[in-house]
Design a protein around this ligand. Structure first.
Ligand SMILES: [Zn+2]
Length: 135
């Protein structure tokens, strides 16, 4: 995605464009992927960026709040940010701490419990935790 495209995307989601936000979005929106803040920070550092850790965390939080990316709380110690925002589900490989996508149509949800009074269904996110098979 070009710098111009990223700028347009930020604006579409109501996010004011700053050079730091362009840098963070440039990494995450590069392809369909799931990255934690520390991974994005490491990638920025590798490219010679001087964006602070706090800025990276705050920027990702803002992106998720505005709907530009999806925050996935798979692990209490780590939030992953997903560059794909259309509905889909995930495998989480616990041994390597990596997420991969499951297309929405591959999971059919049946027999949902009755919703609490006064609520309506927003969405159902399925997270399937997997690990290497032990021989
Ligand atoms: Zn995903």
């Amino acid at each position: 995605m070009s710098r111009m495209d990223i700028q347009t995307r930020l604006t579409e989601f109501g996010i004011a464009v700053t050079s730091q936000r362009l840098e963070v979005a440039g990494i995450l929106l590069d392809k369909p992927q799931h990255l934690a803040a520390d991974q994005i920070l490491a990638m920025l550092r590798k490219k010679g960026s001087r964006v602070s850790k706090a800025t990276v965390y705050n920027t990702l939080h803002l992106f998720a709040e505005k709907g530009l990316v999806r925050a996935l709380h798979v692990d209490p110690s780590r939030t992953f940010y997903d560059s794909t925002i259309h509905p889909h589900h995930h495998f989480y490989h616990v041994d390597i701490g990596e997420l991969s996508d499951i297309p929405d149509e591959q999971i059919r949800i049946m027999n949902l419990p009755p919703l609490p009074p006064g609520t309506e269904l927003e969405n159902v996110d399925v997270l399937i935790k997997i690990r290497d098979r032990k021989i």
